[in-house]
Write a protein that binds this ligand. Structure first.
Ligand code: SAH
Length: 257
């Protein structure tokens, strides 16, 4: 997968992507990351990429010319995505979509952002990492790259992880998990996960994932169309929890088994 990043601080993205899973993905050739310094596309001695805002107002804005020049000279993989607080909220389904592509590109703003013509005439989409304002798009780009590349087949050691973890195929948060020691400061691991009964453990896990999601992120339950009759039974059996009546009217969420 090829990912191009345009920024005035390409070193931030390069350094982040040198370590751990991303570093390995780069070394193995699975990730072809190309960072581009927008200042290389300026023509003045100060390598200026910003200017004041027409009409007045605080701060500086990124000029369109270096950005258009950089993108046009590289012809990076599309979609070219501007990262910014005004974009579509980035989530696991966007990550999955990007992971299915051969490549894509990210454009990082700085200062007060970019001249609006970049948004209108150059990029294909705008994505936000949440309702917060960062000083620049590099951390957002790193977040996107990390969440996408780990979904590319071969990037992670355990091929099942993307399926079973939060926001995976079930649309739920992951269930509580435990490792050794079985007893820690008087808190013991639930007997069921040490029972060795894999069918029981699977049902317990799904019940716990449902329980946790209902309590912490009920919006995810609504998004998947409520609870199926089988899921309601599992909850009653393993992890009773109260939930809005509207959840129980669903049933389209997962096929009953
Ligand atoms: N003046 C802008 C904020 C600019 S912040 C506004 O009020 O909307 C500077 C840069 O940081 C942006 O151009 C963008 O690339 C990046 N950035 C800030 N917040 C972000 C977010 N929530 N998601 C993605 N990128 C963000």
């Amino acid at each position: 997968m090829r990912i191009d990043v345009f920024s005035i601080f390409p070193g931030i993205v390069d350094a982040f992507c040198a370590e751990s899973l991303l570093g390995k993905a780069r070394q193995s050739g699975l990730l072809d990351l190309r960072t581009h310094d927008l200042r290389d596309h300026t023509h003045d001695v100060h390598r200026t990429v910003d200017d004041t805002v027409f009409g007045g107002g605080a701060g500086m804005l990124m000029r369109p010319e270096p950005i258009f020049d950089a993108v046009e000279s590289v012809q990076p993989p599309r979609p070219l995505i501007l990262v910014g607080p005004g974009g579509d909220r980035f989530d696991q389904s966007i990550a999955r979509h990007l992971a299915s592509l051969d490549g894509f590109s990210l454009l990082c703003g700085r200062y007060e952002g970019v001249d609006h013509r970049v948004r209108e005439h150059l990029v294909d989409a705008e994505v936000s990492i949440g309702d917060v304002v960062l000083s620049g798009g590099e951390v957002a780009a790193c977040l996107i790259i990390e969440s996408v590349v780990r979904l590319v087949p071969g990037a992670m050691g355990n091929a099942e992880s993307p399926l079973t973890e939060s926001f995976g195929v079930t649309g739920l948060l992951e269930e509580p998990q435990y490792t050794r020691p079985a007893e820690f400061r008087g808190w013991s691991v639930p007997d069921v996960v040490r029972s060795g009964d894999h069918s029981l453990i699977a049902r317990w896990r799904l019940a716990q994932a449902l329980h946790r999601t209902i309590r912490v992120r009920p919006d995810l339950i609504e998004a998947r169309g409520g609870l199926s009759a089988a899921e309601k039974r599992l909850l009653e059996e393993f992890a009773p929890v109260s939930y809005p009546a509207s959840f129980a009217q669903g049933g389209s969420a997962a096929p009953d088994q």
